[in-house]
Design a protein around this ligand. Sequence first.
Ligand code: ZN
Ligand code: ZN
Length: 186
Amino acid sequence: MVFIHDTEQSLRATAALVNTLAETDSEGVDRLLTQEDFDAYLDQYAYTGTFHRDADELDAVRANRPRLRELWEVDRDGAVPLVNAMLRDGQALPQLVIHDGFDWHIHATEPDAPLSVRMLVESAMAFVDVIRSDQWDRVRHCAADDCEAVYIDFSKNGSKRYCDTGNCGNRMNVIAYRRRKAEESA
Ligand SMILES: [Zn+2]
Ligand SMILES: [Zn+2]
């Protein structure tokens, strides 16, 4: 286990949120435009607390994305001021809590804080762990030539090269296979 469970969940949720940006999508499509898109996201990445389910809430969550994406564009030291700013802006105050069948974990925001703020602070707290445990090399971009998606490598040996968004690994294997075949017959 590279990170504790809570941290891994938050990092997965953060990468998935960043990957809804048109800039990281393989077809250049923004995948978080409607409440329906957001519901599908929330089905997969459970957040608790207050939900308003209105346009302001969705806009605020969408606006978090470029800020979170920046974390994939900097090195470990460069991430520190970004993460600190997120914690400061969210007025983070870490508290141990237990609820809804989850074991003790940290909430750094109140349950009635805006969802976008809770999500941003939760992401920031997860990246605190990545920085503190000196695992920044786990913060990666998909190695496929035609893919801009981001991911965090949770594999034991740190060998994951492709994102989770589609089948980049398979696609690149097929391309490599064809290239080899072409070279063989040339
Ligand atoms: Zn909780
Ligand atoms: Zn990819």
